[in-house]
Design a protein around this ligand. Structure first.
Ligand code: URA
Length: 248
């Protein structure tokens, strides 16, 4: 991905962004053999050869994080309206990381973030059906037959959904609410909310509890941790294994 040169240099640990700007202006930086002595030039460290004083910069360290996103947080790096964004919850992470898929503003739970574009693409590509499990609390108590519809696939305005796994987690007859565990193999916009709306039940709370084999376990709300190399490997292998398997 293209970014401003000073940002790339700072992320590669050369110096602070301000210092990197000075180094660019001093003519110490080259991109693909061409000296760049003005600010504002963009480059892509995954394709462009960038050097400082003739030495290639080290490519950015790959980061793989899991965040337990709170409700009321935008899944994006910045918000023009000044609302909280996921990067506000990553203290100590200087690298720019991107969410792997999205969670709605009001959805909480497991969100993966990375600066590895290939990894993100593999996990979110529509032909790779990585299972994602949610706990949905809905208004009213859906009938078993309604849940079966979700299981088989239901018509939404953007087409039929792929088969899903659905089970009751908890039924609160007094509050007239039910909590249902649902695993989907797609990642359409507001999919779980729309699936329940399609059977006449509004989602009042939604939390993603699993992504592939990964669960939140004891990770507190608003907290993050690094994935282990094994977890990264497992996610990649699930993305590859589920390639086209769940295609309608
Ligand atoms: N489905 C939804 O409706 N919302 C989310 O945030 C994730 C899945």
């Amino acid at each position: 991905m293209e970014e401003r040169l000073q940002k790339i240099l700072a992320a590669a640990g050369i110096a602070s962004r301000r210092k990197c700007e000075e180094m660019i202006l001093a003519g110490m930086v080259e991109v693909n053999g061409q000296k760049v002595a003005t600010l504002g030039v963009k480059a892509d460290p995954s394709v462009d050869a960038i050097t400082v004083n003739g030495k290639p910069i080290k490519s950015e360290k790959k980061l793989y994080l899991m965040l337990n996103k709170s409700k009321g947080v935008i899944t994006s790096a910045k918000d023009p309206q000044g609302r909280k964004v996921v990067s506000d919850f990553l203290p100590g992470i200087k690298e720019r990381v991107y969410p792997v898929g999205r969670l709605d503003y009001d959805t909480e739970g497991l969100l993966i973030l990375t600066n590895d574009g290939e990894f993100a693409n593999l996990l979110t590509h529509p032909s790779h059906h990585v299972p994602k499990t949610y706990r949905a609390t809905v208004k009213g108590v859906p009938h078993g037959t309604a849940l079966e519809q979700l299981q088989k696939g239901i018509k939404l305005e953007d087409g039929m959904t792929a088969p899903a796994e659905v089970e009751y987690h908890d039924v609160d007859t007094e509050a007239n609410e039910a909590t249902i565990t649902i695993t989907i193999y797609e990642g359409r916009n507001r999919q779980v909310r729309r699936m329940f709306e399609a059977i006449g039940h509004k989602v009042i709370r939604l939390k993603r509890i699993r992504f592939g084999e990964l669960g939140l376990e004891s990770l507190g709300r608003g907290k993050y941790r690094h994935l282990t190399p094994n977890e990264v490997k497992e996610l990649l292998s699930i993305a590859r294994k589920t390639h086209k398997v769940h295609k309608k």
